[in-house]
Design a protein around this ligand. Structure first.
Ligand code: SF4
Length: 550
């Protein structure tokens, strides 16, 4: 699949040391690359079914355990009781528990009520009733035993769900608008393009050994954080050709955040899968494989620039020119789909907020029943860790709202419940330094009391994103208030859990990353008081309609 050498490749000779396949650098330059070359990671499924599920945790080859398992959504979870101050000092095997986190793909966040019920039942049976809605629009379990994985796959696959390439250096779950196909104001429905990508390319060995993970977003609305994806297709109306997608590449967060670049190309919906395959092929062949921290496509795009990237894509992969296209108009406010909204067919969708995506298997089962009682069979998960019920008749909306509220899913949440996101954190994540989910719950319940007097003054959302370490699974750089977990020194000189504060990040209008505020580190104990002061200052000083990021 590697193309012949061309002009663009010759111009990049100096980068040979980056381990780019297209420059002939096929010998693995680090252990991750070695592991992927030794055996296609997709082959690990057969070993799980035939060996590890019978032999138990102790029988697992370490190269599978900490590498190839990810291609099926499996990560070892953190051993309980290890404090965050020791995270960086321990070897991986000292942090490994014998239980796993497991992510299930739900591309575009799309689920039927039957799928939702089965997701819940799997959690009840095999995952100690854990289930988190992640900001990748999928469900993540904890406490999974390797012995149970084949049975879990059978249950999930029985309703059309899979864990294939839910993680790993592969094309991960595709984000899509939670209201695709029903929103009155979408440019077009991205769902059919997502379906073709899944059908053709997920599980295709041609794309199962990438330099690093590859995150895709396809949306006819700007509601999927497209600016921070490896590739994104954003709905736009072309003045001559009509509705289609604007192509972005090279966005990403983590420790080197970058906003994606527009290639200036307009892509009709039925060409999205081919263009997607072209871009991921550029990444596979030219991506930097020597150092994992430079392996995401954003580094290649930053070095090449969008013009050269587009030229290589067109010349070497698509073998044709793309159509030039306009930039999409940026909406004034971010969209999270919370509340009750009319669909284009006259029915309604109802968006509800758990706190920071934390639900449970039992909750998912009960939600599926409530949704069916309301006459619907469709649910969508959102990139803000929320849940949307589609296709509800107006008369059934109040009863559904009541049912969801009883399950802790509020359809008219406080700004804090609505705006808080949190990553997995120290409860289960081996890289974590601090607790996140439980802290988000505490923060919301405290702010709902302490800021009750100014709730009426807040007419724009205030996003508060909490990360357990410097990685950015909860997108801290894009939040109004971003909190990066670290060990800090408290007033008594003790080393305690706390956060580095980033303020004023955002996507959409004024897309940009929050600024690290010098000296703004808060201990976990001071967190709610700190956020209260920041929000009060914002409300007191803002002019009407001013967003936090401004
Ligand atoms: Fe784990 Fe860090 Fe990601 Fe949180 S941000 S889930 S602590 S790697």
């Amino acid at each position: 699949m590697v193309p012949p050498t061309t002009t663009s490749q010759r111009g990049a000779k100096q980068r040979r040391g980056e381990g780019q396949w297209a420059l002939g650098y096929r010998e693995p330059l680090n252990p991750n690359e070695r592991s992927k070359k030794d055996d296609n990671p997709l082959n690990v499924r057969a070993r799980i079914e035939n060996i590890y599920a019978h032999g138990g945790f102790a029988s697992i080859d370490p190269a599978d355990l900490r590498g190839r398992f990810r291609w099926y959504g499996l990560y070892t979870q953190r051993k309980p009781g290890i404090d965050g101050g020791r995270t960086a000092t321990l070897e991986p095997e000292e942090l490994d528990d014998e239980f796993f986190m497991l992510r299930v793909r739900s591309d575009g966040g799309r689920l039927t009520t039957e799928q939702l019920r089965v997701l819940g039942e799997v959690s009840q049976t095999y995952a100690r009733d854990t289930a988190d809605i992640t900001d990748r629009q999928n469900i993540q379990y904890h406490w999974i035993r390797i012995e149970d994985v084949p049975a879990i796959w059978r249950k999930l696959e029985g309703v059309g769900l899979t864990t294939m390439e839910a993680c790993g250096d592969s094309p991960r779950v595709v984000l899509g608008s939670p209201v695709a196909g029903i929103a009155v104001d979408e440019v077009l429905d991205g769902g059919p393009a997502i379906d073709v990508i899944l059908e053709r390319y997920i599980g295709d060995p041609a794309f199962s050994n990438l330099p690093r993970k590859f995150k895709t977003a396809v949306s006819g609305l700007q509601d999927v954080a497209h600016e921070i994806h490896d590739i994104a297709f954003v709905g736009v109306e072309h003045p001559e050709h009509g509705p289609g997608f604007d192509l972005w590449v090279g966005g990403g967060l983590s420790t080197n955040p970058m906003i994606g670049k527009r290639l200036g190309a307009w892509v009709p919906r039925d060409e999205v899968p081919d263009v997607w395959a072209g871009v991921i092929s550029v990444f596979r062949d030219y991506g930097y494989r020597r150092l994992r921290h430079r392996a995401r496509i954003k580094f290649l795009v930053a070095d090449w620039g969008p013009e050269r990237f587009r030229e290589v894509l067109e010349t070497e992969y698509l073998k044709r020119k793309l159509v030039d296209g306009p930039a999409p108009e940026v909406p004034a406010q971010p969209r999270d789909h919370i509340g009750v909204h009319r669909q284009k067919d006259g029915l309604f969708y109802v968006g509800a907020a758990p706190i920071a995506g934390r639900v449970s298997g039992s909750t998912l089962v009960e939600v599926s029943k409530a949704v069916e009682r309301a006459g619907s069979g469709r649910v969508r998960l959102t990139p803000q860790q929320k849940l949307v019920v589609l296709d509800v008749a107006e008369a059934d909306v109040p009863a559904l709202q009541g049912d969801l509220a009883k399950l802790g899913l509020q359809t008219e949440p406080s700004p804090w419940r609505r705006g808080v996101m949190a990553c997995t954190g120290i409860e289960f994540c081996k890289l974590a330094i601090v607790e996140t989910k439980a802290r988000a719950v505490d923060l919301v319940s405290t702010l709902e009391k302490t800021l009750a007097d100014i709730v009426g003054d807040i007419d724009t959302p205030v996003s508060i994103h909490i990360n357990g370490c410097p990685n950015s699974c909860a997108r801290i750089q894009t939040a109004d208030i971003g909190l990066k977990g670290q060990i800090v020194t408290d007033a008594d000189g003790a080393q305690v859990e706390g956060f580095q504060v980033h303020l004023g990040g955002g996507l959409g209008l004024d897309a940009g990353f929050g600024r690290k505020v010098r000296g703004h580190k808060v201990t976990a104990a001071e967190l709610s008081g700190y956020v209260e002061r920041v929000v009060r200052a914002y409300v007191a000083q803002r002019v009407e309609g001013e967003r936090f990021a401004q």
